[in-house]
Design a protein around this ligand. Structure first.
Ligand code: ZN
Ligand code: ZN
Length: 464
């Protein structure tokens, strides 16, 4: 038998007791009993978040940005925040380019005739009213589509079938999502007549996942749709049998031109205006297939429910401003309008909730150098909820992106993504997906976070 020779450094490390290798971590800061009390009260008994998400899904339902349904959602939001006791409640409107769904059908003509379930992607172009018939060109991955020679897709339907898998941190959405975000634009530039993708989702059902796609200026939008994961896998199996596959596709979405959208805003006034304001929120709009429960009824509910707890107790040092952004899904007119109107106000910190209603498992911060202790206090306040600290720098959220880019401090409260993409942007995004126990854990986390940051004695507004 060959003897194993350990490198000296490794041999020494193995021989040294563990305690001697690691410096003793500094003692954590004490937990403010007021923070703990507010957190625990939310965890035990919050009903406001459920009331909001149940209310908006029941009384408004689907609310595509820029449509009359979003206008009804704004009116609903104004009434709700007013009834909850928020101050300075108002709607701030802006204009946006609005796309709406039409008819959408697909069937395999040959070699195995059958109907397929799909849904148009936001910004998709339209087929002729009678539809189009073309052969598909199959790409297992987005990279394969990128490698296709220019002009090689002329008159064809490009089909990218990459299969997203779920991860707790949701990062696979970014890596698999390119097929949707930019695939149709690329296929259009290569001459394709249309493009279909396997839904960017982790389920195995027949409910397709919609979502926005983006065409560059100068590229004419082609019809673009997502097959349900099940239908995409079926179509992939047909391709693998080796014969040309011909599809008949009908998509008739419309562009409504410029219409109105708007943000709904309410505040918990603080005692020290010079300390800056805290912005929290999510987006009011939703896709049209479900009722927008996890995306993002939950986010507006969680953030408003946490802020509401400061209306019922001693006022916070910093004003807490709740913003329900009007358009996030189809281009972000809501966040652009908010930033244009409020960028000169002293923003101390921003945080967004837009990842469903499952439990918060991790947090991250981006704070000024002089406020590092705030992160340590958050760690102590959030640990009893099973929330760990990330080493990554915070900065999540499309709605607060302009603020983050401008250097405003951020806290991310990351929710578990293990089942979010089973339902994301599908007909199954309904109230049944919300677990009230996990929803309360979210409200408790947001309450604790706000209790720490809104009352922090450190300076949070970065000097201009
Ligand atoms: Zn969202
Ligand atoms: Zn969404």
């Amino acid at each position: 038998m060959k003897s194993i020779v350990l490198p000296i450094a490794l041999a020494v490390a193995l021989a040294t007791p563990l305690a001697a290798q690691r410096p003793t971590p500094p003692a954590p800061p004490p937990l403010d009993p007021q923070v703990a009390a507010m957190r625990d009260a939310a965890l035990a008994g919050d009903t406001v978040a459920w009331d909001i998400v149940e209310g908006i899904t029941t009384e408004v339902g689907p609310r595509m940005a820029g449509t009359e349904a979003e206008a009804r959602a704004r009116a609903w939001g104004l009434a709700k925040l007013t009834a909850l006791g928020f101050k300075n409640v108002r709607i701030e409107t802006t204009k946006m380019r609005t796309w709406v769904r039409g008819g959408e059908t697909a069937e395999v003509i040959s070699p195995f005739p059958q109907k397929l379930r799909l849904t148009a992607l936001g910004s998709s172009g339209a087929t002729p009213p009678e539809g189009l018939t073309a052969e598909i060109v199959y790409f297992p991955t987005f990279g394969d589509l990128q490698a296709a020679p220019d002009g090689s897709l002329k008159g064809k339907i490009a089909f990218v079938s990459n299969a997203m898998v779920a991860t707790q941190d949701g990062s696979s959405y970014g890596s698999f999502g390119s097929a949707r975000f930019v695939g149709p634009n690329l296929a259009a530039k290569k001459g394709a007549a249309a493009m279909i993708i396997r839904s960017i989702g982790s389920d195995h059902g027949r409910g397709p996942h919609t979502g926005q796609t983006n065409f560059e200026k100068g590229v004419t939008p082609i019809p673009a749709a997502a097959l349900s994961t099940s239908d995409a896998d079926n179509l992939s199996r047909m391709v693998k049998r080796g014969k040309p596959v011909t599809l008949h596709l009908t998509l008739t979405p419309r562009d409504l031109g410029m219409t109105e959208t708007g943000n709904v805003i309410g505040e918990v006034p603080g005692t020290d205006p010079a300390a800056g304001l805290i912005v929290v929120g999510g987006h009011l709009d939703s896709w049209d297939l479900g009722t927008g429960a996890i995306d993002d009824g939950a986010g507006i509910a969680i953030t408003a429910a946490a802020a509401k707890r400061f209306l019922d107790g001693p006022p916070p040092r910093r004003t807490i401003r709740v913003v329900w952004f009007g358009d996030e899904e189809t281009g972000g007119a809501g966040s652009d309008a908010y930033f244009a109107a409020h960028k000169d106000e002293p923003h101390a910190l921003a945080a967004e909730s837009d990842f469903g209603a499952d439990r918060v498992w991790r947090f991250a911060v981006a704070l000024p150098d002089g406020a590092k202790a705030v992160g340590d206090r958050l760690q102590v306040a959030l640990a009893p909820l099973g929330i760990v600290r990330s080493k990554e720098k915070a900065g999540d959220g499309a709605d607060i992106e302009p603020l983050v880019k401008a250097g405003v401090s951020v806290v991310d409260l990351n929710q578990s993504g293990t089942r979010y993409f089973d339902y994301h942007h599908t007909p199954e995004d309904t109230l049944e997906r919300i677990d009230p126990v996990q929803l309360r854990q979210n409200v408790a986390a947001w309450t604790a976070m706000l209790a720490v940051v809104a009352n922090a004695p450190e300076a949070l507004v970065k000097p201009k």
